[in-house]
Design a protein around this ligand. Structure first.
Ligand SMILES: *Cc1c(COP(=O)(O)O)cnc(C)c1O
Length: 331
């Protein structure tokens, strides 16, 4: 199986914003795009993206998970980057149209069609370091993906980093390329130095998130995660899991979580920790690394609550239980 995100459908849906208007969306080859080497995005990082999935159900239908939420978040990212405002209806249609075009290529569960809408500033102007791009391009790429856990899900090792942060505080809730570039150095250092899979960014002791996933702590019947603020990415998987946790009778605590509290709770045998995001849904965390010490989270293995929550979300995505929250859009 090819690595996640390396296989693409031959065409994508694309629209451009020029002369103050969006063009009619069309299908174009997904092999390449053309833009000026002085394009705003290439110099000043006017870029944002989304990641969502379409799932094949046993009845043959193909359903996109929480598309409206991803479109809303992309509108917000675009606004915060001062990219041209796009038409959410148009983007919604583009996503449905391109998925429909490749409906036969949508893998069956546990695989899915990963959908990557991307919005970039294209104005050829290297003088606009402190001004927005007047033109932009919005396209929807498709990448069929297999089972993220093929070969078994090994619990992750996370380095808790209290100094430094993932990205500039006011950029945290924007799904923008520069934030991943900003986190790369620390993540590579953590891999090299302590064999960590990811860094859990905890600026000044405030437990935030990793480079590309939200952090969730489960202690008995309580699920704890940082309350929304502008410093981190508001995951749609996170929101969905909290809803399902409440459905399952768990106590949902969206609040500040300190490193001290995290380490105290992690030491209890029934505690579980996990990372949430569209790609892997919910991945268990087995070990926290803090000041050269390794702390096992609970048993150090994937726990029953995280496993149950992941199953509850997958069952909705895969059409195995009724979609009572209205999260699926049939294409
Ligand atoms: C995409 C992303 C997430 C997870 O968001 P989902 O909507 O659940 O996929 C969390 N943190 C960061 C930094 C992300 O880029």
């Amino acid at each position: 199986m090819a690595a996640f995100g390396t296989v693409f459908m031959p065409e994508m849906a694309l629209t451009t914003f020029e002369n103050n208007q969006w063009s009619e969306a069309k299908f174009v080859s997904a092999d390449s795009i053309q833009m000026h080497p002085g394009a705003h995005v290439l110099h000043y990082s006017s870029t944002c993206f989304e990641g969502l999935k379409a799932f094949r159900h046993a009845d043959g239908s193909v359903n996109i998970f929480r598309m409206d939420e991803n479109i809303k978040r992309m509108a917000q990212s675009s606004e915060l980057l001062f990219l041209p405002k796009f038409d959410s209806e148009q983007l919604s249609q583009m996503i449905k149209d391109i998925v429909k075009k490749y409906v036969d290529e949508v893998p069956a569960p546990p695989g899915s069609m990963y959908i990557r809408p991307t919005h970039i500033g294209t104005e050829a102007s290297i003088g606009k370091a402190a001004a927005p791009s007047g033109t932009s391009m919005l396209y929807v790429l498709l990448s069929p993906v297999g089972d993220y856990f093929a070969g078994g899900a090994r619990p992750l090792r996370l380095l808790l980093a209290e100094d430094g942060m993932r990205c500039a505080a006011h950029m945290g809730m924007i799904k923008s390329g520069g934030n991943y570039a900003s986190a790369l150095g620390p993540i590579l250092a953590a891999k090299a130095n302590v064999n960590a899979d990811q860094i859990l960014f905890c600026p000044n002791g405030d437990v935030q998130e990793t480079g590309a996933a939200n952090f969730i702590l489960i202690d008995g019947n309580e699920i704890i995660t940082k309350a929304l603020d502008s410093s981190f990415l508001h995951g749609i998987t996170r929101a969905s899991l909290l809803t399902l946790a409440a459905d399952l009778g768990m106590t949902v605590s969206e609040r500040e979580l300190s490193v001290t509290e995290l380490l105290e709770r992690a030491a209890k045998p029934e505690t579980e920790a996990a990372l949430s995001g569209t790609a892997a849904v919910l991945t268990s965390v087995g070990t926290l690394i803090h000041n050269d010490k390794e702390i096992k989270v609970g048993s150090g293995e994937a726990g029953p609550k995280a496993t149950r929550l992941r199953q509850a979300l997958n069952q909705i995505q895969w059409g195995q239980v009724p979609d009572t929250h209205g999260w699926l859009t049939k294409v």
